[in-house]
Design a protein around this ligand. Structure first.
Ligand code: SAH
Length: 251
């Protein structure tokens, strides 16, 4: 893609996000500054600025820009926030957050995805992101507490250890629900004596999976199949798709 065509597509996407209700200029300018094409596999370069989720291999997806924008805006992260992300994936969401926050910690369970993401952070000189391999259910106790936590894979229930690692007054944004079923984006606030939950609309995410991938899972994921080679197919593709339920800005 030529530079002018990237610039034009980027402007079109930003306008689409505005129309969808993303009003925070900080969020919009972070999305404008991070080159999404750097996080997209070669086969999908021409779709880097389409408002859709894209496959990144291992059956995982790079989230739809609108969902990244909605989640980032809902997180209300500020210059001084220390943020934990669960599900590094391509690294795109972490990169967007890195322009808004003091520091981003991010955890991924696939070594290969983690390594590619770390390489991108280095190339783009995003030095305030620290990534590691692990099961995000456990959070990152050595770096807790976090003012903000964002989970980019769906769990059936709020992982308790993540709530424990949220600072007082902290906010967590996460999709809740079972894979393939209706999922809801939820914002949690940790107050003095209680945790308050607020629904933000329907979404579709890949599942938050416990533990690290087994050998079999890694070699199966490396085979051609649904994922990088064929792109999102029909049916319930693993992905991150706004369903438009609930009348939120995701619609
Ligand atoms: N935020 C990503 C999109 C992530 S897709 C981006 O911007 O590209 C969800 C990611 O969560 C996948 O890479 C998946 O491997 C990862 N994941 C799923 N369960 C996990 C767990 N328990 N711990 C850490 N990462 C997990």
């Amino acid at each position: 893609m030529s530079r002018t065509s990237i610039a034009a597509r980027k402007i079109r996407l930003i306008m689409e996000l505005r129309r969808a209700g993303i009003a925070e200029t900080g969020v919009l300018s972070a999305i404008e500054r991070i080159p999404r094409e750097a996080f997209v596999p070669p086969l999908f370069q021409d779709q880097a600025y389409e408002n859709r989720a894209l496959p990144i291999g291992h059956g995982q997806t790079l989230s739809q820009p609108q969902v990244v924008a909605v989640m980032t805006q809902a997180l209300q992260a500020g210059r001084r926030s220390k943020v934990l992300e669960i599900g590094t994936g391509s690294g795109y969401q972490a990169a967007v957050l890195s322009r808004l926050c003091r520091r981003v910690y991010t955890i991924e369970r696939y070594r290969e995805l983690l390594q590619i993401a770390e390489q991108r952070f280095a190339e783009l000189r995003l030095h305030n992101i620290t990534a590691r391999l692990g099961d995000g259910h456990k959070g990152w106790p050595a770096q807790a507490p976090f003012e903000r936590i964002i989970v980019t894979a769906a769990a059936a229930e709020v992982p308790g250890e993540l709530v424990d690692q949220l600072a007082p007054g902290g906010i967590m944004v996460l999709p809740l629900g079972r894979p393939g079923r209706e999922q809801e984006l939820v914002r949690l606030r940790r107050l003095d004596t209680q945790v308050v939950e607020e629904p933000l609309g329907g979404v579709r995410f890949v599942p938050l999976v416990a533990g690290l991938p087994t050998e079999a899972e890694v070699s199966a994921a490396a085979q051609p199949g649904p994922g990088l080679e064929s792109g999102p197919g029909p049916g319930p593709e693993p992905g991150l798709v706004a369903t438009g339920r609930g009348g939120s800005s995701l619609a």
